[in-house]
Design a protein around this ligand. Structure first.
Ligand SMILES: *Cc1c(COP(=O)(O)O)cnc(C)c1O
Length: 578
């Protein structure tokens, strides 16, 4: 079953979350969608990658909204046997001095261009494990610190071991965010020097060799996005994997230099920080190649991590996945080869305006039908429709548009508009959950003036409906906290311009008045809406919708560039082939 995949060396791409398909809820937001797009592009381009993640049987969660506009969380359980094949391999990871067995599922991403990318999903739900260990790989971002550290041990230690057990030859390890940084510790153990090669005082590890093998992509400047574990917890859970903090724990002769041999505690603290095990710090210390996900984000990260060179590889989205059927058909007719070479979309200028407008009208109608089915609200296809959907968390500032309800109403009296919202808040993020409640209050305040709907359970399918069926994609994060943002790139593939705060990818993607518009705050947002965006949306030239010029520019300039094929060609040439 694996022969086709183990016949050549691969880059192991580790990610806590991966959005493989809508039926598999193993992602929480942009990080997982990016991981999925990365692996899908690898399949399209036939780049030799292998994904490594947790099976997350209980998924993230399904979101309902109650009558008061509050988020209700329901389990998102899925059955790996429905989509993946169990592989005949098992490895043990020692947690709290007992072995936790890890098995693995194989999911294969099949590109319509012929390539195939294997994804390994780690699973501790085995009869040989204690009951409390069976659910270590169940809940994506659920549980407390101890639960999270156990998951990260399974991902980092277990992932490296399972690759070896399955006879994968790994040319590089790519950590998508710091969750998998313990893989660096696993490699250090493997490359421990034999004791008689060492001079006294030398750390008994081949750190340069590990650094040579590892690449690290950091994804957020937001503090909560960086895991830190207390060393008390580390000592408790890693127990036998670490020595040097406890006189009784001295490695036995022959243990060093084996996969399961312990690591010196002082080396761990030197790499991961003196006060707590900082996974970002550990990933940085173990990697020769470090990058941020947009130019601005790389600069911000370089300031956060002095002493490290942080390069920029700006994110992109997967062309085929993020194009609605009606636009795929237009591109297939006029830009053959765009699946493989999205740069060709610069040629969209040669497509008749009517074809672009019809493709958009079809996408807009599909969204309107879904809105009707989900909320019983009837939106008007002729009215300018604004979309805002992303994880509901404070720095994304979903309320900016609703800062001044009176002003918004007065704008709508002259230029009608309607608004479609969606997004999940992490179950522990009280502030994020309150944002959802308040968005519902704003919708009630605007009733009769501006239709505002909140669609529950934002997922890949809803995302595609929204980024293609709205007319303008809105984003109002608090700079510099939006590392990249990707939904605006998805919108670009469907000819939808962005109205966004200049942060993340938009620093590179915004050409004012051509690909969209930049705003700073609520005042400039209202100013641009009223003075520029809405008048332009309703403008006609010779009886035609002048807006189509913007749609074409968005596709030719932004979809042609902000795609994951360009991103993966850069990872391949700059990060993997070093
Ligand atoms: C693309 C996507 C995201 C990330 O959107 P951002 O603009 O980066 O915040 C989150 N959730 C889903 C379901 C997505 O498709």
């Amino acid at each position: 079953m694996l022969d086709e995949f183990v016949s050549l060396p691969r880059v192991a791409y580790f990610s806590m979350e991966v959005a493989l398909r809508n039926e598999i809820p193993t992602y929480a937001g942009g990080l997982g969608v990016l991981a999925g797009d990365t692996l899908r592009s690898a399949a399209d381009l036939q780049l030799p990658l292998v994904g490594v993640t947790l099976v997350s049987r209980a998924g993230y969660f399904r979101q309902g909204i109650d009558a008061a506009g509050r988020q209700v969380e329901r389990p998102a359980t899925w059955d790996p046997a429905r989509w993946a094949q169990p592989l005949d391999a098992k490895v043990a990871v020692r947690i709290e001095d007992r072995p936790v067995w890890v098995s693995v599922w194989l999911y294969v991403i099949e590109s319509h261009l012929g390539g195939r990318t294997p994804v390994l999903m780690l699973d501790t739900n085995l009869p040989e494990n204690r009951v409390e260990d069976r659910d270590i790989t169940h809940y994506l971002y659920g549980g407390d610190d101890a639960y999270r550290l156990k998951q990260e041990m399974v991902l980092g230690f277990g992932g490296v071991r399972i690759l070896r057990a399955l006879a994968f030859e790994i040319s590089a390890y790519h950590m998508n965010e710091g969750h998998s940084a313990l893989l660096g510790v696993e490699l250090l153990r493997r490359f421990a020097y034999l004791a008689d090669d060492l001079r006294p005082g030398d750390p008994p590890y081949d750190l340069p060799r590990v650094r040579d093998l590892c690449r690290f992509t950091t994804h957020t400047p937001v503090e909560a996005g960086h895991d830190r574990f207390s060393y008390d917890l580390v000592k408790q859970l890693l127990a036998s994997s670490v020595y040097g903090y406890d006189d009784r724990k001295v490695p036995k002769p022959g243990e060093l230099g084996t996969e399961h041999g312990p690591i010196d505690f002082s080396v761990l603290t030197a790499l991961a920080g003196p006060d707590a095990l900082n996974m970002t710090q550990l990933a940085l210390a173990c990697s020769d190649f470090v990058n941020g996900v947009a130019k601005r984000h790389a600069e911000v990260s370089a300031r956060m991590y002095p002493g490290h060179q942080v390069r920029a590889i700006t994110n992109g989205v997967h062309p085929y996945t993020w194009c609605v059927a009606s636009f795929r058909a237009v591109y297939d007719r006029h830009v053959p080869g765009w699946h493989h070479e999205p740069e060709l979309l610069v040629r969209v200028h040669g497509v008749a305006d009517s074809e672009i407008l019809e493709a958009h009208a079809e996408a807009k109608q599909a969204l309107i039908s879904r809105v009707k089915a989900l909320t019983d609200v009837t939106l008007d296809p002729a009215v300018a429709t604004f979309g805002f959907a992303r994880r509901m968390t404070a720095y994304k500032r979903p309320e900016m548009l609703f800062t001044d309800i009176g002003r918004l109403k007065s704008i709508a009296r002259r230029h009608p508009l309607q608004i479609v919202l969606a997004g999940k808040a992490h179950p522990h993020d009280q502030e994020g959950k309150q944002l959802i409640e308040r968005l519902h209050e704003h919708a009630r305040d605007l009733a009769g003036a501006i239709p505002v709907v909140f669609l529950p359970d934002y997922d890949l399918e809803l995302a595609l409906l929204m980024v293609s069926g709205t007319d303008v994609w809105l984003n109002t994060p608090l700079p510099p906290l939006e590392a990249s943002g990707t939904s605006g790139m998805k919108a670009a593939f469907n000819g939808v311009p962005s109205l966004s705060v200049c942060d993340g990818w938009w620093v590179e993607g915004c050409i004012e008045g051509v690909t969209g518009w930049a705003v700073e705050d609520a005042g400039s947002l209202y100013g641009k809406l009223e003075g520029v965006v809405l008048p332009q949306f309703y403008a006609t030239e010779d009886g035609r919708h002048a807006w189509v010029r913007i749609m074409k520019a968005v596709i030719a300039i932004n979809a042609a560039y902000f795609n994951s094929h360009r991103m993966m060609r850069r990872y391949a040439t700059e990060a993997y082939l070093r």
